[in-house]
Design a protein around this ligand. Structure first.
Ligand SMILES: [Cu+2]
Length: 282
């Protein structure tokens, strides 16, 4: 009886946890308290990752339920009391063929969408924009080679400086900015040790290895802020080098690029100023 009461308590606790989590199943761009499952998708790859994950959940639930039922049948019907003289059967060709072929069919069923997803992730479409992300102890630097090659550092915002609504440990001072619905090619490297560039809602996670350029891609399907974190243990402040991507429309992106270029001193001085400077003294 104590076993049953303990089981009931466990079930009730699990039930209440699930109920309290129901309102916060997942968030887009950042985790939510008591979240279950993955963060919501904001890219085609992540949408497929979630679909594949849900499909696998059904497969694994069916398999474990089937095994559980077999175990219960064996415990009830074939224990020493219920079945004092056990069968001496050692071979059953039909059964052996079935338990070989059925797992093969299950594995092939899983392999097809798995490889499709792998190709989607690794077969990069033609990029509209390239951004280079460099992991450093302990912050990220972003470089925009297609837009004047400006570069800036992106550091965590300390707890005391957070504004209302900004998530703790995930907010940075300078966000990586990209246009919406454009294929962004991300080059990833490390400056000192191995870091990892990961943004869950885009379905990307790739190591930033010193001396090597890794690459990945994403196409953000909605505007907003999307947070990620360094996902490779890289030293004492590994937990304090978040990644924040701001997805904006094309016009806002063009304006932002101009501002960044100006900040980096990449815009040439207006011609009139040059002419005045170069004019002979009167
Ligand atoms: Cu790191």
């Amino acid at each position: 009886m104590p076993v049953f009461s303990r089981l009931t308590t466990c079930a009730l606790t699990a039930g209440s946890l699930l109920a309290s989590a129901a309102a916060a199943f997942a968030g887009v761009g950042q985790p939510s308290p008591w979240q279950l499952g993955l963060q919501d998708a904001a890219s085609p790859v992540m949408a497929d990752v979630i679909a594949f994950h849900n499909f696998l959940l059904w497969v694994i639930t069916a398999i474990t339920t089937f095994v559980l039922i077999l175990l219960v049948i064996i415990i009830v019907r074939f224990n020493a009391r219920a079945n004092p003289t056990p069968s001496r059967t050692t071979h059953n060709s039909v059964l052996e063929v079935i338990w070989t072929i059925v797992p093969v069919i299950i594995l092939v069923t899983i392999a097809v969408p798995s490889f499709r997803l792998l190709f989607l992730q690794l077969d990069e479409p033609k990029p509209d924009l390239t951004v280079k992300a460099t992991g450093k102890q302990w912050y990220w630097s972003y470089n925009y080679p297609d837009n004047g090659n400006f570069e800036f550092d992106s550091l965590i915002v300390a707890d005391k400086d957070l504004k209302a609504g900004q998530p703790r440990l995930l907010t940075v001072d300078n966000e990586m900015v990209v246009p919406v619905n454009k294929v962004v090619h991300v080059l990833v490297t490390g400056a000192d040790v191995i870091h990892s560039f990961a943004v869950p809602s885009f379905g990307i996670k790739i190591d930033a290895v010193p001396g090597r350029i890794n690459d990945t891609w994403f196409k953000a399907t909605s505007e907003g802020l999307f947070h990620g974190q360094c996902s490779e243990l890289c030293g004492k402040d590994h937990a304090f080098m978040p990644i924040t991507v701001r997805v904006v429309n094309d016009a806002d992106f063009a304006t932002w690029v101009e501002t960044e270029k100006k900040n980096a001193g990449l815009l040439s001085a207006p011609p009139i100023a040059l002419a005045t400077a170069g004019a002979p003294a009167q």
